[in-house]
Design a protein around this ligand. Sequence first.
Ligand SMILES: NC(=O)c1ccc[n+]([C@@H]2O[C@H](COP(=O)([O-])OP(=O)(O)OC[C@H]3O[C@@H](n4cnc5c(N)ncnc54)[C@H](O)[C@@H]3O)[C@@H](O)[C@H]2O)c1
Length: 441
Amino acid sequence: MKVTVVGTGYVGLVSGACLAEVGNDVLCLDVDPAKIRILKEGGIPIFEPGLLEMVRRNVAAGRLRFTTDVAESVAHGTIQFIAVGTPPDEDGSADLQYVTAAARAIGRHMDEYKVIVDKSTVPVGTADKVRTAVGDELAKRGLRGDFSVVSNPEFLKEGAAVDDFMRPDRIVVGADEARAIELMRALYAPFQRNHERLIIMDVRSAELTKYAANAMLATRISFMNELANLAEKLGADIEMVRQGIGSDPRIGYHFLYPGCGYGGSCFPKDVQALQRTARLDAGIELKVLNAVEEANDEQKRVLTRKVKARFGDDLSGRRFAIWGLAFKPNTDDMREAPSRQLIADLFAAGAVVSAYDPVAMHEAQRIFAGETRLNFTENPLDALDGADALIIVTEWKEFRSPDFAVVKERLKQALIFDGRNLYEPKLPRSFGIEYHAIGRL
Ligand SMILES: NC(=O)c1ccc[n+]([C@@H]2O[C@H](COP(=O)([O-])OP(=O)(O)OC[C@H]3O[C@@H](n4cnc5c(N)ncnc54)[C@H](O)[C@@H]3O)[C@@H](O)[C@H]2O)c1
């Protein structure tokens, strides 16, 4: 099938590459010429495991191409995926300007039947707006046009995005027209060979499903974080509690890890956008989500609170080593990362920081450009030299089993604040390291 993907970010590029991998003829469009240049030169503009190889393989096979030419991209695909960003507007609602611009561009150029697929995370009612935007542009050209609008939210996880797309738990398709449903069914057939994963529903339910999923996951995280803070005060161990409740199949083990708050490009903005939709479009206050967001904002400061409880509020003259800057492992994405809050808090209290992350340092350099209080090191151990403590913010695999004797030797003070509960507390303590985790004894 001929497929166009509009937007070559984490979702667009992964979707384009995976759709090409199963034999489709895919053209990816982006308005950012720098990204398209990198892609045309054989690179990829983001870090995502397995993606570079897949992109190269499909480019070489002639199934995957990149362009900044809108007329070419609209002409190419019968199916036009919109996978552009939907960042938070000033009031927290989803900013739909990029989605609308992409829809208008399709309406300006299309001259045959198209299925326009919203893959971006968009509030309920956006498919109607896309339909209107395309229709307006067609009307300007004196055409009525033949097109369907489908909602197909994406559930991939950064860091495992290729695998998630190739082996999805479910594929949600919100559509009203049989013709569009048949095309979507055919497109996704190769991804569900052992059992049916396609869940067909109405458009509005599909749009809401994506927000419901992210809001539910964010809720689990915030709830566990609050329980961890409580466990600490009560002298209980949250790790034991986690195992005790996770073993209940109604609860399960996934997404029950306490930590230093959720971040990333999805949970924070999607929780906010759902609250806004409820408040403005339905007159309903989502009280649970309000609390989830408030708890998370506080949790992003949990490491600062622990550091200050240990060293006092004035941290001037102190240096801290940070392991992990990305909002989670296996990605270079630092959008809303807890590390950003921590670093800002440490600076505000007068401290300086040495940081290490396996892949997000180039992104951190861009974010903190010109910041003299922050330096980056080439390996995790170098960050420890002269530091008053090590603070672990992202649970990269390479941090899971350090040589604690060396860690102790390199640090100025033998002290670890672990925002991800990576170690059995006994272990670092057996080396004479003072160890603080989240909700653990
Ligand atoms: N990142 C994730 O893990 C993830 C997972 C599921 C869903 N989503 C959703 O998918 C959407 C995209 O997220 P992302 O992380 O891939 O975003 P991103 O910011 O990485 O990429 C968006 C891309 O769209 C391009 N773009 C913007 N306007 C355009 C236009 N008119 N025409 C062509 N290209 C245009 C931008 O230049 C950018 O390259 C968002 O709605 C997000 O909420 C993201």
